[in-house]
Design a protein around this ligand. Structure first.
Ligand code: NDP
Length: 282
């Protein structure tokens, strides 16, 4: 039977640490500030942006909301990013994805000052992760490392398998596990004999975007299973990429959905906002 890794509790711990750091800066007259840009009214984006703003308020971070219409041109968005880059009172800039089809996400991300790129998506920060330089780490994979470490799970020398190779989860996840001295395999939709590959894992990270695809046949007895997926099941209940009930008896430890990886992503974003001030002052 698996130990449940409580992402909600660990995220709460990190948020408390961030809150204390923000309060320290406030004593020095520095207000940690995050600018959040949302283009259009995609319902999922509205929920994410609302959660981010609420968490900022909870932690004493000032959030500046730019909710701009769907028809905004790429040039207009780029000039807003440019303006925020130049503002000394703005520490972090977040552009909520996805953007409408007429705007290039790549161009917009590349326009953000890497020192304010609290999502860690700018090519500079992606490169910094790969070469081991200082930079912002993307929230989801950085949050998973925190989940593992704060649950007392050692990564050093372990067989780690990441399923998924997206730029925001799979690839940075593999880099971070490598940095922690894991022996890392990345699996994807072209991987042959996937269950054979995943059964090698002491630590299995699942980020495939397929509802409840990972069953016990994919999991070695005693393995740590981290489920990044986020879906609604047939009863409209939240569930992950892992079939939690099926894997529970086989895994040694597992993250639930909800209450596993999800809360960590936002906690790490808040952590990055604080880091951006530390970076600026260092
Ligand atoms: P992407 O769709 O960008 O990437 C999915 C990856 O999974 C791809 O690399 C794909 O391979 C691989 N894949 C898809 N199907 C299979 C399969 N049958 N076998 C093996 N590999 C497969 O997704 P993201 O990385 O953005 O997100 C993954 C999941 O995590 C989603 O459910 C998303 O909602 C969730 N998510 C949750 C977050 C949170 O905070 N909890 C944050 C971000 C994402 P290939 O490259 O070959 O196509």
């Amino acid at each position: 039977m698996a130990k449940i890794i409580d992402g909600k509790a660990i995220a709460a711990q990190i948020k408390e640490e961030v809150k204390a750091g923000v309060a320290e800066f406030a004593k020095q007259g520095i207000t940690v500030t995050l600018a959040v840009i949302q283009v259009g009214e995609d319902p999922a984006s509205c929920v994410y942006v609302r959660n981010k703003k609420r968490t900022c308020t909870e932690l004493g971070i000032r959030s500046l909301a730019y909710e701009i219409p769907e028809q905004t041109s790429e040039e207009e968005l780029l000039s807003l990013v440019e303006e925020l880059n130049g503002r000394e009172d703005v520490d972090g800039i977040l552009v909520q994805l996805p953007l409408p089809a007429h705007i290039s996400e790549k161009k917009v991300i590349a326009a953000i000052d890497p020192k304010k790129d609290v999502d860690g998506f700018h090519p500079y920060n992606v490169g910094a992760l790969s070469t081991g330089e200082k930079g912002f780490l993307p929230g989801t994979p950085a949050g998973i490392i925190q989940l593992l470490k704060r649950s007392g799970i050692d990564i050093d020398g372990k067989e780690c398998v990441v399923i998924g190779r997206s730029n925001i989860v799979g690839k940075p996840m593999a880099q971070l596990l490598l940095k922690e001295n894991g022996t890392v395999t990345i699996a994807h939709s072209h991987t042959k004999n996937l269950p054979e590959v995943t059964r090698r894992a002491d630590i299995l990270i699942v980020a495939i975007g397929q509802r409840k695809m990972i069953t016990k046949e994919f999991v070695k007895a005693g393995a740590v299973v981290i489920d990044v997926g986020m879906h609604r099941d047939e009863n409209n209940k939240l569930c992950g990429d892992v079939d939690y009930a099926d894997v529970f008896e086989t895994a040694g430890a597992i993250t639930p959905v909800p209450g596993g990886v999800g809360p960590m992503t936002i906690a790490m974003l808040m952590h990055n906002c604080l880091e951006s001030v530390r970076l600026r002052l260092s």
